[in-house]
Ligand binder design. Structure first.
Ligand SMILES: Nc1nc2c(ncn2[C@@H]2O[C@H](COP(=O)(O)OP(=O)(O)O)[C@@H](O)[C@H]2O)c(=O)[nH]1
Ligand SMILES: [Mg+2]
Length: 231
């Protein structure tokens, strides 16, 4: 069992030896599917009942420690929240260029939001950042589980196979931001995959240069926490 400890960004120990790993993950999907609530849950460990509209893109840094063998160093996760409305489409597209991973989010209670992920959001991500690690995520798993059998449309769909067909290396996860069920597992597994992928890429690059050697994740420069205004 891999354990996570979260804390907000702390710059107090910035010695070279303890240089953290930096990763950027974005959430995309239609408006109201639960993107902001999902990030709020993983950052604070709490449920955010009330809703406010996300404007353009908003970023927050989360620092996590893990006993996972792939990243037993501090990991700075830059979490990028995006608006699901057309109005901010160009801005969201631009933001996706530099991310390491994307969560393609839909609401399990709304099949249309899944179609949207398949037909719109997945293609958008592929068009601007084809090498990032993608993960398919269904929110509202708590309410979905309580529904009658005929309303549980995902039960008759092989969601893992769908995720694979969409090129989601991170597979499929169903989460509840209200109860917190499976939220941490989603992020642990996604971060692990992103790090493995980056290590593999850098190993290839190192091999090319020196014919082999130690895997070294190079840290990119830290971005300050900011809310991005698009007006
Ligand atoms: N029951 C339940 N409600 C959720 C869940 N995730 C989000 N919501 C609710 O769905 C609404 C829209 O969420 P929000 O995060 O603002 O959607 P966004 O537009 O995609 O960022 C809010 O009222 C949330 O409280 C969930 O997993 N379970
Ligand atoms: Mg939002």
């Amino acid at each position: 069992m891999h354990m996570w400890m979260r804390k907000k960004y702390d710059d107090s120990d910035s010695s070279e030896k303890n240089e953290p790993v930096y990763l950027t993950l974005a959430v995309v999907g239609d408006a109201t599917v639960g993107k902001t609530t999902l990030l709020y849950r993983v950052i604070t460990g709490r449920y955010k009942g009330e809703r406010y509209e996300t404007v353009g893109c908003e970023q927050e840094t989360l620092s996590v420690f893990s006993n996972h063998p792939h990243y037993d160093r501090e990991t700075q996760l830059e979490l990028v929240d995006t608006a699901g409305t057309e109005r901010y489409g160009a801005f969201v597209k631009q933001t996706l260029h530099h991310v390491d991973g994307v969560l393609l989010v839909f609401n399990a209670l709304d099949r249309g939001s899944f179609q949207s992920v398949v037909e719109k959001w997945n293609e958008l991500v592929d068009s601007v950042n084809p090498y990032c690690v993608k993960t398919l995520v269904a929110t509202h798993a708590d309410v979905y589980a309580e529904q009658s059998a005929e309303k549980r449309w995902m039960d008759s769909v092989d969601m893992r196979a769908r995720a694979k067909m969409m090129g989601c290396r991170g597979g499929f996860h169903a989460v509840s931001s209200r109860s917190g069920a499976h939220v941490e597992a989603l992020f642990v597994e996604t971060v692990d995959l992103v790090i493995s992928y980056k290590q593999w890429l850098e190993k290839c690059a190192d091999k090319e240069q020196s014919g082999g050697g130690v895997i070294n994740i190079r840290a990119s420069s830290r971005k300050e926490y900011h809310k991005t205004c698009v007006c």
